[in-house]
Design a protein around this ligand. Structure first.
Ligand code: GLV
Length: 359
């Protein structure tokens, strides 16, 4: 366990600058301050300031946010020696920025999804990459299941009903429907999708999935095609990364196959769904409901869904808890330490060939 995360620091009253996290391997690797590898902070989430404190003693950190210069001129003049980079999911990392970093060997994405990173460019340059789904999978899966239960049992709607004083007026609040024994199709069986499946099995649901390849070691049934998955299931839960192949993977054909009783939950990325079409299907009752943590143009949410009681909305928060941020900080630190000590990385994904990241 990494000692320097905020919760731990508060609990244990530790000063992050006193941390002695450098292992023997680290000491061998970084014998003096001058030899600390340069790590660029390509924007950190504002709510995750402990990460900087954790990394500070072990790496030479370069943070454009500390400089009054615009990021691009800062990078042109200071970033030639950057060997590793930490980046945030909604900050694009394109060929132009990567071109300012000739020594870059390693990218640490602090997100599960990496559609903001130019993967082709990284592949071409042989840059290694890790993402954060290992830290986030359990919390994202809890949230996906919570959204599904909320939509099925109408919990958010019931909350609004009670708060509006409608219970006194009408005792017949409409029934929701049972989750147990429902058939659930998971789109994308990476770490998050697998955790969703595990949880829903415990509720007595039957689980099927679609992903690029059948996974020999999982007990869930595989559908090579999302239309078939929608046809055969009562709910779809989207957990896959956004790529050219998965953009609008939920299209008219899939929504029609899901049908009037079908529910869709999205904790992946907004653009996995053709959002305008989804709104039409929801408004007309052509699918039963949706639980949406992500949207095509965040933070904009189509106004029409505000009127719909069969939709539960959430501001892209599925992955975040204090615990998952603590796990993220641990993962980022462990991976950087491992990379610069030539040790195996956690949650690395291959970026040669046609491989895409797992969420
Ligand atoms: O949505 C957030 C992430 O991809 O980590």
């Amino acid at each position: 366990m990494i000692p320097g995360t905020k919760n731990n620091m508060e609990r244990n009253n530790i000063n992050p600058h006193d941390l002695t996290m450098a292992s023997d391997a680290n000491q061998e690797c970084f014998p003096s301050n001058d030899d600390l590898p340069t790590v660029l902070l390509h924007r950190l989430p504002s709510f995750n300031s402990p990460l900087k404190e954790i990394l500070q003693p072990h790496f030479h950190l370069l943070d454009p946010a500390d400089s009054p210069e615009p990021a691009s001129s800062f990078l042109s003049s200071h970033a030639k020696s950057v060997r590793a980079l930490i980046c945030l999911y909604n900050t694009p990392l394109g060929a132009e920025t990567l071109g300012l970093l000739p020594s870059l060997e390693f990218i640490v994405a602090t997100s599960a999804g990496v559609e903001h990173i130019d993967l082709e460019e990284c592949r071409g340059r042989g840059i290694i990459m890790t993402n954060a789904s290992k830290a986030f999978a359990e919390d994202a899966a809890d949230y996906a299941v919570a959204l599904l239960i909320d939509v099925c049992r109408r919990i958010s709607t019931a909350d609004r009903y009670v708060r509006a004083g409608l219970w006194q007026v009408n005792r017949d609040y409409p029934l929701g429907f049972k989750l147990g024994r429902k058939r659930v199709g998971i789109v994308g069986l990476g770490r998050i999708g697998f955790e969703v499946g595990k949880r829903l099995e415990a509720f007595g649901c039957s689980i099927a999935y679609n992903s690029r390849q059948k996974k020999p070691s999982v007990p869930f049934s595989y559908h090579a095609n999302v239309v078939d998955l929608a046809e055969d299931n009562d709910a779809l839960i989207l957990c896959c990364p956004l790529t050219e192949q998965t953009h609008h993977i939920i299209n008219r054909e899939v929504l029609e196959a899901l049908g009037k009783e079908g529910v869709i939950i999205n904790v992946g990325r907004g653009a996995l769904i053709d959002e305008k079409l989804l709104v039409k299907f929801l408004s007309r009752g052509d699918i039963a409901g949706a639980g949406l943590d992500v949207f095509e143009n965040e933070p904009d949410v189509p106004r029409e869904v505000f009127e719909l009681d069969n939709v539960v909305l959430s501001p892209h928060r599925a992955i975040f808890t204090p615990e998952s941020l603590e796990a993220l900080n641990e993962l980022v630190f462990t991976n950087l330490k491992a990379f610069f000590s030539n040790k195996p990385l956690q949650s690395v994904f291959k970026i040669e060939g046609k491989d895409y990241p797992v969420m």
